[in-house]
Ligand binder design. Structure first.
Ligand code: ADP
Ligand code: ZN
Length: 514
């Protein structure tokens, strides 16, 4: 039996998965590897195996201390010589460790990133033979993508300090730009990039229009996931608290989680959620990384995530056990405009962030299967899933070219300075006070858009924004304009075909008891 197989058996498995084997072979030949696979994809076995096969000690870094100590405990039970160097070691324990390393009694050494980049530790590591460096949660080194951890920033120096020690970077990120950024930050210019499928077939995606969001949530909780455990994501801390207490008032067990809670409160709420089946966690995205609770059955988004990647990771917290799970996202035109404004007005935010938001809009507004559209964004081919809202409905598609022409020409004639709500009022011929102020009824298009409803007009606007027919100006005041792409619509050179949309149903509080 060869060493690779022997090692596999020592670790308690009978077969490598294909991607694991490719990664291990590359590492054993001394090559750097970047492995992107979803949580649960079996990334640990790669560095554990290659670390044991190669001579010397393997150095493993992760930002999640609890996870490291768990792994070490598990490995020790299997008789593997693994150790966790945390900052709480007393001098005596440190001496023992140095002794153990010197006499080659350790195969896998787990460290925090802060520890690894200390000059004394770097110097110390130079005196031993090193099998490899494994950088877990490697997306934490990327400056953008929203996962950055300052303690990761110096890990890029590893390649310079130890040019002959192979590095394996492991990440659960799917986005190719994110993956490229990890590669660059860790200076892995010639690494083997391996990406496994991120398809999570057990998650049933629904994306629908928001109207009376709380009552829509009630409908979902009552009719689709009664008694189930799940997470509701909102943007604002206040909203998480309010919604959680509203749900409790209705007799639904609920907790909240956001960055401004004390460490004690966070821990308590997390523990309650993890241990009491049927609890609803209302959280900001602060509730995320490292949370691996198998029985989460649903994830709801009451506000838009920042990117396709964030959306994908967040819905991926449901159904970790592989059993069916539900993801519901509720949004409307207002949410899109607000999200865009947030990105535009934050001086720290970059062009990439606004591009990512725009990509999310396209996924939300696109025709066809939800999951297929999402995976396509990550360059993954798939077939229609058969159980998202699109696959399950026979909803038709609508030709909205004429409506789009009316709207675009109205934007042109109002010089893009009137809010969408006003434009819709003009098209519907509403005689409101705000319209009389701007002499809305003098526009030739006044009342010329009554063939579709207000909510359909909003759908048209969302679609035109998502697919770049309307450019939104980057300033504090509302200003939008038409562009080359929309001129083609106005000239009848291209068409707007969009899915017909629906509002998610509602359930009133009073109806709950019946
Ligand atoms: P990740 O680090 O990618 O989130 P893990 O390394 O924690 O994933 O592995 C997830 C699960 O898959 C674990 O329960 C692990 O025991 C199992 N696993 C990994 N590789 C194999 C394999 N080759 N055969 C069987 N089970 C495996
Ligand atoms: Zn589908």
């Amino acid at each position: 039996m060869n060493l690779k197989k022997q090692t596999l058996l020592r670790l308690g498995y009978s077969e490598y998965r294909p991607l694991q084997e490719q990664a291990i072979d590359a590492l054993c030949s001394g090559r750097d590897v970047l492995l992107a696979a979803p949580t649960g994809g079996g990334k640990s076995l790669v560095y554990q195996s290659a670390g044991l096969i190669r001579p010397g000690v393997a150095i493993i870094v992760s930002p999640l201390l609890s996870l490291m100590s768990q792994q070490v405990e598990l490995l020790n039970k299997k008789g593997i010589r693994a150790k966790f160097l945390n900052s709480t070691l007393n001098p005596g324990e440190q001496d023992d460790l140095i002794w153990a390393l010197r006499y080659e009694h350790i195969d896998l050494l787990y460290l925090s990133p802060e520890k690894l980049v200390q000059p004394s530790v770097i110097g110390f590591l130079h005196s031993f033979e090193l099998a490899l460096f494994a950088i877990d949660e490697a997306h934490c080194i990327s400056q953008w993508g929203g996962f950055f951890r300052p303690e990761y920033s110096q890990l890029g120096q590893l390649k310079v300090n130890f040019p002959n020690v192979p590095i394996v970077a492991l990440t659960g990120t799917v986005d190719k730009a994110n993956i490229a950024s990890i590669q660059q930050s860790l200076q892995l210019s010639d690494c083997l990039v391996l990406k496994s499928s991120f398809d999570r077939a057990n998650i049933h995606i629904q994306i629908a229009q928001k109207k009376k969001a709380k009552q829509q949530i009630l409908y979902f909780l009552h009719h689709e996931v009664p008694g189930k455990t799940g997470i509701i994501y909102c943007r604002s801390r206040k909203k998480t608290e309010e919604l959680a207490s509203w749900l409790r008032g209705l007799g639904l067990p609920s907790r909240c989680y956001h960055a401004a809670l004390s460490e004690d409160e966070k821990q308590q709420n997390h523990t309650f959620f993890a241990q009491q089946p049927g609890t609803i966690m209302v959280a900001t995205t602060a509730y995320g990384m490292g949370i691996d609770i198998a029985h989460v059955r649903f994830v709801v988004h009451l506000d838009l995530p920042n990117s396709p990647e964030a959306y994908f990771q967040e819905i991926g917290r449901a159904g970790r056990d592989g059993k069916p799970a539900n993801a519901l996202l509720l949004y409307g035109l207002q949410d899109m405009l607000q999200a865009q404004q947030l990105v535009t007005l934050q001086s720290s935010s970059s062009i990439i962030e606004s591009q990512q938001l725009q990509s999310l809009f396209k996924i939300l507004e696109n025709r066809g299967c939800r999951r297929q559209n999402l995976l396509k964004h990550f360059d993954e081919d798939s077939v229609p899933c058969g159980h998202c809202d699109r696959c399950l409905s026979s909803k038709s598609e609508l030709n909205m070219t004429i409506a789009s022409q009316k709207l675009l020409s109205l934007i042109y004639h109002t010089k893009g300075l009137q809010p969408f709500a006003t434009l819709i009022q003009i098209l519907l011929g509403k005689k409101t006070k705000s319209l009389s102020l701007i002499k809305g009824d003098t526009f030739s298009l006044f009342g010329k858009g009554k063939e579709i409803s207000e909510s359909q007009w909003k759908s048209v606007i969302r679609h035109l924004i998502a697919f770049d027919y309307i450019t939104i100006g980057k300033s504090h005041i509302f200003n939008v304009h038409i562009n080359e792409k929309s001129r083609a619509i106005l000239q009848g050179k291209s068409q707007i075909i969009m899915p017909s949309e629906h509002y998610y149903p509602i359930l009133q509080e009073e109806q709950l008891s019946t």
